[in-house]
Design a protein around this ligand. Structure first.
Ligand code: FAD
Length: 382
């Protein structure tokens, strides 16, 4: 069955697709969402650190107030194993209520689904999109249930998981995996996050509820081995890896692993089709940038659609403006993250010393600190 729709079609009701639909509605632009998973699908166990700027967007969409289990980060401690050189960032010195906020991906997606349900936005769950064809006047979308839909704009927010994703313009397999779980420590977190760089890969402890969310990256074989350790051995290995700043590690929830890679596809797919969020760029989680950038993609795209007259939505001029507007933030985030992983994930002595100096500089130079913190909190502007 073929159908022409005037609504924008969004592929994927993950956090980026859902935010895009809600933001478009706020702009008075109608959208429909197709999501491959059933509505009651369980979200995975990853934890997200949201930047202060992301909170502001979620507040404007009325989603922030629905999130019950959010832990503010008021201090960040950055170190590298085996050398001196530590940098500390605090919310107070930067004059913001928090440097970021930690919450589970599952809670965020549940709150967004609830907001979608309460809005007039049509969301079809359990409908996978198989193919999207750009066209000169509209794009054509082929759903797995046999429907063929035409729309002035198809927004691909499928997390880069769709079968027909274009070849990335830039790709790097870090051959690392993230081991993710919740841990309890002897000392309370008091709002402090830790980012620790080691030659095997970065690790982060993010304050979450009464304990910490752990993201421990290592090469593929080590990550699988670490994740499979019995609790006692896992906690001892974590203590050796992280050090004793938080006392002993007392408890860990079941571990889950995620493969890590960088894939930059870019937003400029073709006429009447645009890619946002992880569908456009998938990043290493070291700096907690992926969703924050995707959220800004969704927000900026919706704002631009609101500012464009209906005949121009999805046209070449609008999509060029969108790509131009997002370039600095996205390339900056991709480059910054890739730089951190590559420069810190090795044990070359001159680099080790340079990194120590870098952390020292970050610690003692307030303008540099403010620059890095602003970038983490709000992204970069063109
Ligand atoms: C371990 C780990 C830790 C992370 N930590 C952070 C962090 O601290 N901060 C941060 O900002 N980011 C973090 N990220 C990145 C963040 O999780 C992603 O950037 C974010 O989830 C991307 O959202 P998305 O909506 O683009 O994609 P997804 O979350 O992948 O959602 C895509 C949606 O599209 C649906 N879909 C897929 N294919 C189709 C199809 N063919 N048809 C219809 N629907 C489809 C899927 O079912 C899904 O619901 C982390 C990632 C990992 C792996």
């Amino acid at each position: 069955m073929d159908a022409a729709v005037n609504d924008i079609l969004i592929v994927g009701a993950g956090p980026v697709g859902a935010v895009c639909a809600l933001a478009l509605q706020q702009q008075g632009v109608a959208a429909r969402v197709l999501e491959a998973q059933p509505e009651d699908a369980r979200a995975d166990t990853r934890t997200l650190a949201l930047a202060h700027g992301s909170r502001l967007i979620l507040e404007r969409l009325g989603v922030w107030g629905r999130l019950a289990d959010v832990t503010p980060i008021t201090r960040i401690h950055i170190s590298q194993r085996g050398t001196l050189g530590v940098a500390r960032l605090t919310a107070d010195e930067l004059g913001v209520p928090a440097l970021g906020y930690v919450l589970s991906y599952a809670e965020l997606t549940a709150a967004l689904k609830q907001a979608l349900r309460e809005s007039a936005i049509a969301v079809e769950y359990g409908v996978a999109v198989e193919r999207i064809e750009p066209g000169s006047a509209s794009a054509t979308l082929h759903a797995a249930d046999g429907r063929v839909l035409n729309a002035p704009l198809v927004v691909v927010a499928d997390g880069g998981r769709g079968e027909a994703a274009p070849e990335p313009k830039f790709e790097h397999d870090y051959e690392q995996m993230a081991v993710v779980c919740e841990v309890r420590t002897e000392l309370p977190h008091a709002g402090q996050a830790f980012e620790r760089f080691t030659p095997e890969g970065p690790a982060a402890l993010l304050p979450h509820g009464e304990g910490y969310a752990l993201v421990w990256t290592a090469n593929d074989a080590d990550a699988k081995r670490i994740a499979a350790l019995p609790d006692g051995e896992f906690l001892a290995a974590l203590y050796r890896h992280f050090g004793g700043r938080q006392g002993l590690f007392l408890q860990a929830s079941p571990r889950k692993t995620f493969p890590l890679r960088l894939a930059y596809v870019g937003s400029e797919a073709a006429d009447h089709v645009v890619r946002i969020g992880n569908a456009a760029q998938t990043l290493h989680p070291v700096a907690g940038q992926g969703f924050n950038i995707g959220l800004r993609d969704a927000w900026e795209l919706a704002s631009l659609c609101g500012d464009t007259d209906s005949g121009g939505i999805g046209g070449a001029a609008m999509l060029r403006d969108y790509a131009r507007g997002r370039r600095v933030d996205v390339i900056g985030g991709v480059g910054f993250t890739d730089f951190l992983v590559r420069v810190f994930s090795n044990d070359v002595a001159p680099l080790r010393h340079a990194r120590g100096l870098g952390l020292l500089a970050l610690e003692v130079l307030p303008p540099l600190k403010a620059f890095v913190a602003r970038r983490m909190m709000f992204g970069a502007r063109g």
